[in-house]
Write a protein that binds this ligand. Structure first.
Ligand SMILES: C[S@@+](CC[C@H](N)C(=O)[O-])C[C@H]1O[C@@H](n2cnc3c(N)ncnc32)[C@H](O)[C@@H]1O
Length: 329
């Protein structure tokens, strides 16, 4: 299980995080149907295909057409045989799509490996990185409107401050919002390095800060541009009813906002939240409690919820990853 792919095996440029751990957490059997909601370079998809076998099926979603185009080539045989169905859609629309295919409550495993792929970060033209020059874009799906530049140059100062605070957990959110609004009145922001160097120049943290001052602001803008937390909440709510009994939903998160949302959702869906609330107010037997709580499933404890030190050394982007697993009753 601790086997790590030393290099990206499929030429996409993305090292899959928790590759074997996440795929194994779904407990898939041959002939079953699984969904990979975040295809990326297809590392997890490949293992899901292996697990469901020739008589099974995998749906793979991505809102980035470059991931879909890449998979059309790398998985040409599986696509041709109908074993793999590629879907260019945001995962918030996954449940609708699968229901329309007549497969509600028939899915054995759903996986989401959140966040961005390495090519999205590494290719300057995508506009995600404050270390590479490119247009200030950050859209995972460039066919949709609303770039990072549109947001930075047009949002009200209070809205920018809210975004920096809520999505970047930036304590100096109001300061950075004010600085940006002052500057854009004379010169709009159009490139990543223009914004990054402006934030650095006007950072109240000085040169003592270990992190680049653009780190949290870029994260916040990216989350806002791609509506990542809305996407996640809609995805989670839609995923559970798709699962067959004992079907599993596994999610890999990369920062505390995502992780909190998943943890909170699993606590609600497993009845933990309601159980705690009820036990504060009334005394009930276990079976009375079970009836009142009416849980949709349980949280699965996993000993491989975080990447090993070895994986982090090979792939530093794995360091903040965390796997959470839910099983349908
Ligand atoms: C971390 S990468 C996934 C890597 C993949 N597991 C692999 O093994 O290569 C995340 C991928 O999810 C996609 N993505 C992120 N949010 C999405 C959303 N809301 N809907 C659909 N795809 C999304 C990104 O475009 C990106 O390709």
């Amino acid at each position: 299980m601790n086997q790590i792919e030393p290099i990206d095996g499929n030429g996409f440029g993305h090292l899959t995080v928790l590759l074997h751990e996440a795929a194994a957490s779904l407990n898939l059997v041959p002939g079953s149907i699984a969904i990979d909601c975040t295809l990326g370079g297809g590392g997890h998809t490949r293992l899901l295909l292996n697990a469901v076998g020739k008589n099974g099926k995998v749906f793979a979603f991505d809102r980035d057409s470059t991931a879909i185009d890449h998979a059309q080539k790398t998985f040409a045989a599986e696509v041709a045989s109908g074993q793999l169905l590629l879907v260019h859609k945001p995962f918030s629309e996954m449940a609708d799509h699968v229901r329309k295919a007549g497969l509600a409550a028939a899915i054995s495993g759903v996986l989401a490996d959140l966040g961005v792929s390495s090519p999205q970060l590494d290719i300057g033209e995508r506009g995600f990185s404050f270390l590479k020059d490119g247009p200030l874009d950050m859209r995972m799906d460039p066919s949709r409107p609303g770039t990072a530049a549109d947001l930075v140059n047009t949002a009200e100062e209070a809205e920018l401050a809210r975004i920096f605070r809520d999505f970047g957990e930036e304590p100096m959110a109001r300061h950075f919002a004010k600085m940006i609004c002052r500057q854009r009145a004379t010169e709009p922001f159009t490139t990543t390095l223009q914004l990054a160097s402006y934030l650095e120049k006007h950072s109240p943290y000085g040169s003592k800060s270990r992190k680049h001052p653009a780190t949290k602001i870029f994260q916040a803008i990216r989350i806002a541009v791609n509506e990542e937390l809305d996407e996640l909440n809609r995805f989670l709510a839609g995923a559970v009813p798709l699962l067959a009994p004992k079907g599993r939903l596994s999610v890999i998160t990369f920062h505390s906002l995502e992780d909190r949302a998943v943890k909170h959702f699993f606590a609600e869906a497993s009845g933990k939240t309601k159980r705690q609330e009820l036990s504060r107010r009334v005394v009930l037997t276990e079976s009375e409690m079970d009836k009142m709580v009416n849980a949709q499933g349980r949280v699965v404890a996993t000993s491989e919820a975080e990447p090993s030190a070895e994986e982090i050394e090979i792939n530093p982007r794995a360091r903040s990853a965390r796997l959470r697993v839910f099983e349908r009753a």
